[in-house]
Write a protein that binds this ligand. Structure first.
Ligand SMILES: [Zn+2]
Length: 302
């Protein structure tokens, strides 16, 4: 039986096929560099400025390690490793994750790690079925409710560890409440209460001359090995950006958590001054950027 494709094939002459092939090859050759570049690879024009951003210690890139949800492995596995390299991270918690190992949290904070707010009940879209069971679907929230819960989380965290968070991480990286015409962004509220609000699952690092502290971009480190994380660092370094890495549980191996081996390699890499990496927690990096912005504004006014 003759098919349509057969009849089309037979109706095209060899010279036409050759012309089509050549045109296709020329198109692919021209388009390939564009397709091959990930967003992280593309240059951000102003940071091509050779003077770049003045990161501390002459570094060409800032990196923050952040961990969400107050998992025990963050204290038992990540903190001892981080401390052995004298690197401090940011841990975003719900208050109820603190009491079980309160002494460990307090010790980590006392040694320079940052504690951030990750809400009371971890509200996310109701498309995650568990949010509806627990009554924390963002579609059912309004701005008053999210504000109350965020402030309650800040109060409780402060009660437990004696420090009031200045950093927030949006649960599931979602920044809205309500639905349809009643949808509202709660980014302005986070901007009002906190120094920074960190997102989740972004595709880029933060350009210090442009970023919004209430929407700090973060890239996932869960399940990644160091070769992939190193590419993220190098991508950020090309633009002298701030790369924020985000993870959850810390494990020796596996897809569902931040790998201890990856962290070990990352910390060793960052410890070598030749790699020009500055690692610091979120509030420290945000403060350096804010300071530089203030300095630039003053020098512009003068
Ligand atoms: Zn979370």
């Amino acid at each position: 039986m003759s098919t349509i494709s057969e009849s089309v094939t037979f109706s095209v002459r060899p010279t036409q096929q050759l012309t089509t092939l050549i045109l296709t090859l020329v198109f692919l050759a021209l388009a390939a560099p564009t397709f091959a570049q990930k967003p992280e690879d593309r240059p951000v024009s102003r940071h091509r400025d050779p003077s770049g951003f003045p990161w501390p210690n002459g570094a060409k890139v800032a990196v923050s390690l952040t961990f969400d949800d107050g998992r025990r492995s963050q204290m038992s596995l990540a903190v001892p490793l981080l401390d052995s390299f004298n690197v401090k991270a940011t841990f975003y918690v719900q208050p109820d994750s603190l009491p079980a190992i309160l002494d460990q949290w307090k010790a980590a904070i006392a040694s320079g790690h940052e504690i951030g707010n990750h809400s009371m009940g971890h509200p996310c879209t109701g498309n995650f079925v568990w949010t509806r069971y627990e009554g924390v679907a963002l579609e059912h929230y309004d701005l008053d409710r999210i504000r109350k819960e965020i402030e309650q989380a800040n109060d409780e965290i402060e009660e437990y560890v004696g420090v009031r968070p200045t950093s927030y991480a949006y649960p599931c990286g979602q920044t809205f409440v309500g639905r349809g015409t009643e949808t509202r962004s709660y980014v302005p509220l986070v901007a009002e209460i906190f120094q920074t609000g960190r997102r989740w699952l972004d595709e880029t690092s933060n350009a210090p001359d442009h970023f919004d502290p209430a929407q700090v971009m973060s890239m996932r480190m869960d399940g990644e090995d160091f070769s992939r994380v190193r590419r993220m660092i190098e991508g950020a370094k090309r633009n002298e950006n701030w790369l924020v890495l985000a993870g959850h549980s810390v494990r020796e191996e596996g897809r569902w958590g931040t790998r201890l081996g990856m962290l070990r390699e990352l910390l060793a890499y960052a410890a070598d001054p030749a790699n020009e990496v500055w690692v610091a927690n979120v509030s420290e990096v945000a403060a350096v950027i804010a300071q530089e912005q203030a300095r630039e504004q003053t020098s512009t006014v003068e």
